[in-house]
Unconditional design. Sequence first.
Length: 342
Amino acid sequence: MNRRDLLKLMAVGAGAAAFAPMFAGMPSPAFAQRKKRKVIFVTHDLNPFFVPAIVGLKDFGSLAGWDTDFIGPPVHDTQKTVELQYNAIAAKPDAVGFTAVDSEAFIDPIKAAQEAGIFVVLFNTRAPGVKEATGCAYVGQDFIVAGNVAGYEICKYITKKTGRKEGKIIMPIIAPGHFALETRNLGGTQGVERYNKEFGTNFTTEPLAVTTNESEAVAKFEAKWAAESDQIVGWLASDFTHGFLGHMAVDKGLVGKFAVGGYDLVDFVLDGIKNGSVDFTIGQNPYAQGFLTSALIYQGLEVGYPASDIDTGAELVDATNIDKVMAREQLWKEKGKEFGLS
């Protein structure tokens, strides 16, 4: 260090020292100094996927000194979700986080919350028209983008595993009509078409309605495979049921006969990637959907900034990074047991 640099450093240090007394008596911006708030999240389907989101809400709530609650029906149920949203409003929270999987059913409860002076941010799913009707910001995945990634990826695995240039990709969906799942399938089909155009293949897509009950879903998979095994080259779930497909493939000796992909990072899906019965999954960072939704609520309540949309991404998880991801996701398995969602 030369003399000129040394003099500059001394000047900066002296300036900082001069300002130190000015800031010494000022309160720190600790969360604990803010008003105690009540914040309630309501989801449309309280399944294991939402465990990280619950933890994200609880973590931020602990930092901010909030009372928090995370509720939802045990299976996807639009009417029950609307009822729970109105129950949350009746509890008079300072803010709510809602999912909005339907373009019409959720607008009235959102507006009711807003009219009651409750700050509203949407997470995980925001159906078309809801933003225009309510102005609510959204924290979650861009489903078209994620679908494109998944659709292109499943074709790569089909080519690698089967060597075929044409065939049918079945798209299981646990809640037909659910905006996020339908939009993923739309994006998935676009990704498949993009691959077809680039490589001269002729893969097609077809939806298959299933449920979150594994035995019921597998029964449908087995029936579909028995009827169309000569046509099926892959399965691209719009949800986490590709984990069920992995189980079926292992049980029936079908691993390697077709490609398997889907979405979300629940433990049985990750186990499938680890043992080779599932090829990949697309994550959407549900922890951020809890934590960052809470952050937007905080800045709105305490600082006055309006909330804005946050895309939580489309993380590709496959054999190349499964060990790292499984280590990270282990926390949610333990938390799921605490919440009764394992």
